[in-house]
Design a protein around this ligand. Structure first.
Ligand code: HEM
Length: 486
């Protein structure tokens, strides 16, 4: 019997997108005075994931990089318990090629998060417009100023659910199995959106039925408020109810994107030819290119079964790469007798029986927000005026295993030139199309058509540039107080 989730110990962002709180502001901080920082953390009114009536109008969330945890004086033996990718950080030199962070996107060019510019803390403040400014000044004055040095301040914009290129965003999210009813290790024959709790919250079984690596600490007076570790009752679980948060500041060149589309289609109409929608995999209003297969008009109730050749939604489209649902699996067990035997528990299930294995281990919970002002596709033309502020996406995702979830999607799906047996392509929307040193150019986008014909778009430019990024640990509330010390 799995333990119920104690929502009072989980930071709210794991459960809610705080969409009603249309104002949001993220501070990237360095610890200036460790004593004051610990004191601020002990008393910070971090918002839990409990539901309240009436719901809160503001929320405060706190996450740490590995350097931040170190700066609070945490013992190295505890830090060792965090995952390797969290400890090495997003800007580690060996990650650059994997994540597409080369050329202009290289960490050396980032405004924050690159070598020598790693933040310690991420403090996220959300609020409804009428109360936000007061909340912001109340939380960030006094002790906060004494404890931290502000490294960067990331403002966000409310573009009403539309990302800067002009497409509805935040539609497809995995459904978290909070009640832990989903059987792990189950053979899955159809795409489903329900993900094991342990994919997003540490300390619970993940899609493999295992507990993801996380720090366990000695059982003593300081750790007594933490839950005992399920796998070792002599230890307390510092990771439980926490997760990892990936933040990437992604500048979007909206003018370059729509100029490219206009040049390719030869039309002033942003929707002409559907090229932009084909690159995303959805129309601008969010409706999918593949018709939803289920009942109702749920824009997320579809898979790629009805489009095995990529005629409706190209294989290279952003959403098909970011979540291939059941599309990238070439050889599914079509033999009904075999399917039945495996389901009934006869015969050893092989890798090829679990048709969803390639997808269900690589889901992320997206919690990003846009920045900059709106520029409608029809107005996005020509070079920007000299003083035009940047616009883009503060991409945020939550996952229990950065390597298997975020990094896999970024590397093996979005950035891979071999995804779905294609060649010479990366994600047309977010890919880095400047080839890394020694690699061939991969700036094409293919739209398979009926009768084996395909439209090949060449010379794709890089529309998204990385401006900063880091991996954070978003602890449970009791773990946060533990890190703050006695
Ligand atoms: C500026 C950069 C980006 C833009 C403009 C962008 C835009 C979009 C849009 C318009 C959608 C479709 C709407 C939706 O389902 O919410 C989408 C879906 C998605 N994106 Fe991105 N995205 C960006 C970066 C990324 C990155 C870096 C990742 C992961 C590493 C990612 C992962 C996903 C995922 C997982 C989905 C949902 C796919 C599905 O389940 O159907 N995106 N994105």
């Amino acid at each position: 019997m799995n333990a119920q989730v104690d929502f009072s110990d989980v930071q709210g962002l794991v459960r809610f997108g705080y969409k009603r709180m249309t104002k949001a502001h993220y501070d990237l901080l360095q610890v200036k005075d460790a004593g004051a920082a610990r004191e601020w953390l002990r008393q910070a009114p971090v918002t839990p994931a409990e539901t309240r009536d009436p719901p809160p109008k503001t929320a405060l969330q706190v996450a740490f990089t590995v350097e931040g945890i170190r700066a609070l004086g945490t013992d190295e033996s505890i830090i060792e318990g965090f995952s390797h990718e969290f400890r090495s950080g997003m800007a580690a030199s060996f990650k650059a090629r994997q994540l597409g962070d080369t050329g202009k996107n290289a960490p050396e060019n980032w405004e924050w998060g690159g070598p020598g510019k790693e933040p310690h803390l991420l403090v996220m403040l959300f609020g409804e417009p009428d109360v936000f400014e007061d909340f912001l000044s109340a939380q960030t004055g006094g002790l906060y100023q004494q404890a931290f040095e502000l490294q960067a301040c990331l403002d966000t914009a409310d573009l009403d659910g539309v990302e800067p290129f002009g497409f509805a965003d935040g539609i497809s999210q995995p459904k978290i199995d909070w009640e832990q009813k989903k059987k792990s290790r189950e053979i899955v024959y159809t795409y489903e959106n329900l993900s094991a709790l342990g994919e997003f919250l540490l300390g619970y079984p993940n899609e493999y039925g295992n507990l993801t690596r996380r720090p366990l600490v000695d059982d003593n007076a300081l750790s007594s408020s933490l839950d005992p570790a399920p796998e070792d009752p002599r230890k307390r679980d510092l990771g439980r109810n926490g997760t990892y948060l990936v933040l990437r500041q992604l500048d979007q060149d909206v003018r370059k994107f729509w100029d490219f589309i206009r040049k390719q289609t030869g039309s002033e109409d942003p929707d002409a030819d559907g090229l932009a929608a084909a690159m995303v995999g959805r129309h601008r209003d969010g409706s999918p290119l593949v018709k939803p297969s289920g009942q109702g008009d749920d824009d997320n109730n579809f898979n790629f079964d009805a489009d095995p050749e990529g005629h409706q939604c190209p294989f290279g489209a952003h959403v098909r790469r970011a979540n291939p649902r059941n599309a990238d699996y070439p050889e599914r067990p079509r033999n009904i007798f075999r399917k039945l035997l495996v389901t009934l528990g006869f015969g050893t299930p092989g890798f090829r029986d679990d048709v969803m294995s390639s997808v269900r281990f690589h889901r992320i919970l997206r919690r990003g927000r846009e920045y900059g002002s709106e520029l409608k596709p029809e107005d996005a033309k020509g070079p920007p005026p000299a003083d035009e502020p940047p616009r883009g996406l503060h991409f945020i995702c939550l996952n229990a295993n950065i390597c298997r979830q975020f990094e896999f999607i970024q590397n093996a799906w979005l950035n891979s030139t071999k995804f779905a047996a294609m060649t010479g392509e990366r994600d047309p929307l977010v890919g880095n199309h400047e080839p890394p040193a020694g690699c061939p150019v991969a700036n094409h986008f293919n739209r398979p058509g009926k009768d084996g014909l395909r439209q090949r778009v060449t010379g794709l430019e890089t529309f998204v540039t990385v401006r900063g990024g880091a991996y954070f640990f978003l602890p449970g509330l009791r773990a946060l107080r533990y890190l703050a010390g006695p």
